[in-house]
Design a binder for this molecule. Structure first.
Ligand code: SF4
Length: 343
């Protein structure tokens, strides 16, 4: 891809202390490049670290380690003015269009807020900009004097998107932006995201647990498990031929995405282990039907394999069929007790 890189993340790490020297390892060594006009979907079960990644990229919180460049600027090295500029380049659309809008404010006021805070535009210019962006997201500009409760869920999410666009960002971080909406409305909002990307060249970091949404919108996919990337690459490549057993299991548990994978009998059972005490070696090994002794002692590195990056000791053998799952039929073994991490 030749488009400019708008977000470059290297080895981002965020651990939260929970007392007695323990920490929740929400994000460890996560890296990616996001280009203008591109959608990178971040997927995984709840607790995999995808929302933490969203907050770090949106600069809502700082990483403990790693580097984040936005439009070529180092977020950690930026002074106050620089950070303000960077925050304008990255805007967030949250999951809940009901909770993210102040019910006491008219939507025109809500949408204009970023202009109030960050620009010196006069009232007339602000009103003109609000009306233009409302039209751009499919809202009637004459509704600016209405309150959020007068809108449907899909319309409220359009209001949230309009507010995120006011400062002409390069990147939208969308954290489960359609999961609170009715299925019939989801497609309309996803189409709006696609239209805006075409018109404005926006880059999206799209956080979702819904793989059928990912198939619709993503150019590339980052699959996360217990705070680490286990597979990343072009969406088409990963959907057509997932290499990591966890990616296979995620896809198999979403039959609407790929009914063929249902016949592999690789499903996900049990809950992911605690991110306070992740299993040693490959963190997926207690749930993985391909695991061998090496998997519980040695953590696999993320390495190029077959046109994508994958963190699995046996990716080539699994892909060729030389390594078979331990369970020939039925669901995966329930999780074994996790070995203590040395981290
Ligand atoms: Fe499964 Fe081992 Fe690969 Fe981890 S490294 S995904 S446990 S086969």
């Amino acid at each position: 891809m030749n488009a400019r890189v708008v977000v470059q993340a290297e080895a981002l790490t965020r651990h939260y202390g929970v007392g007695r020297g323990r920490s929740v390892k929400a994000l460890t060594d996560v890296g990616f490049a996001l280009h203008a006009g591109e959608t990178l979907a971040v997927v995984g079960e709840s607790g995999c670290g995808k929302s933490t990644l969203a907050r770090v990229v949106a600069m809502i919180e700082a990483p403990d380690a790693g580097r984040l460049h936005i439009d070529g600027m180092d977020a950690a090295a930026a002074d106050r003015r620089g950070r303000r500029q960077l925050r304008q380049k990255v805007q967030v659309v949250f999951q809940d269009p009901f909770g993210s809008l102040n019910p006491r404010k008219k939507i025109g006021t809500i949408i204009a807020e970023p202009l109030h805070i960050n620009t010196r535009l006069g009232r007339r210019e602000r009103v003109a900009r609000v009306r233009a962006v409302m039209a751009q997201v499919g809202l009637n500009p004459d509704w600016a004097n209405r309150y959020p409760h007068m809108f449907s869920g899909g319309q409220r999410q359009r209001v949230a998107i309009a507010r995120a666009l006011m400062l002409e960002p390069s990147v939208l971080v969308a954290d489960e932006p359609v999961s609170a909406l009715d299925v019939s409305i989801q497609a309309q909002v996803l189409n709006l995201f696609a239209d805006l990307q075409r018109e404005l060249g926006l880059a999206y970091l799209f956080i979702t647990h819904d793989l059928s949404v990912v198939r619709h919108i993503a150019d590339r996919v980052l699959v996360m498990y217990l705070g680490r990337v286990v597979e990343s690459g072009a969406a088409e490549r990963i959907f057509d031929a997932p290499a990591h057993p966890y990616t296979k299991a995620l896809l198999a548990s979403t039959p609407a995405v790929d009914p063929a994978l249902r016949h592999t009998h690789i499903g996900l059972s049990g809950e992911p282990p605690s991110p306070i005490n992740p299993p040693a070696g490959c963190a997926f090994h207690p749930r993985c039907p391909y695991a061998g002794p090496r998997c519980s002692s040695e953590r696999p590195l993320l390495q190029e394999f077959d046109g994508r990056d994958v963190a699995c000791h046996f990716a080539p053998e699994i892909a060729s069929g030389a390594r078979k799952p331990a369970v020939a039929a039925g669901p995966m073994h329930p999780a074994e007790p996790a070995a203590a991490s040395t981290q």
